[in-house]
Design a protein around this ligand. Sequence first.
Ligand code: SF4
Length: 296
Amino acid sequence: MQQEYVLPPEPVSNEAIAKRLTDAARAEIHSGRLQKKNFVWLELTGCSGNIISMMNGTNPDLEYAITSMVNLVYSNSLMAAEGEKAIEKLMEALQGEFILAVEGAVALRNNGLYHVIGNWQGQPLTALQAAKMLGERASHVIAVGACATHGGPSAAKPNPAQCVGLQSVLDRKVIQLPGCPCHPDWFLGTLAHLLMYGEPEMDNLNRPLMFYSTSLHDRCPRKHFFDKGIFAKTLGEPTCLFKLGCRGPVTRIDCPTRLWNGYVSWPIEASTCIGCSQFGFPDQMAPFVVYDITRE
Ligand code: SF4
């Protein structure tokens, strides 16, 4: 007899935590009770997907964030300066206090020469040198996205550039925001918390608990299908995707209540969860889709 199922409820957005924090930080700065801090966004070995994700932010939008919450002194994607003029801004940042956000992995091969981010005084400046130089002096360091937190796709087999996560080259605490990409709320909420209260409460892997405390599976609207053993046979079906390879049960993140792209959808609604915000992604999460659903 064919099993009956009901459609899962519409996902509900949970933008509240990040919005409360960013609204409060902006209000404090606007009133003069809180000083803006210098801010550096360093792009290392990756696809620039995190800065693109930030441009999708609405709590507030990125332009508002980098003008009203912080003084953006360096971002190779967003700044007008090019070449040594841009690197000059990076060097100037070292003279004062600043918060550092890093996206992308650190390429170690050939002493870092597999990734040169620019030239300074006639010499190549490697991503490895920049990560160490800025990471050692910043007041806070945030690794944004999977490549920065643990190597991510940049460190996937065979990893020709010998990429590693930022923490591997820094002997200090790095706040970890894994995700491929990182959600704008995870980053902006963390940044606002740093400005207002200092470091947020974190787990043993330095992930902020306000975003990374529960498994995606536990809050998935399809979990009642999982509990009843009703599994999809192809992507696109509205039941549980576990037998197709869904990585929700091993992924700690708030996607089901956070939602993406202006809070309209999320990976399970679009296709499936590939565990992109879990350490070990992508190698430890592959294969992303399992077609042998005859297996019990
Ligand atoms: S296995 Fe995936 S689709 Fe099924 S309930 Fe868990 S997170 Fe949702």
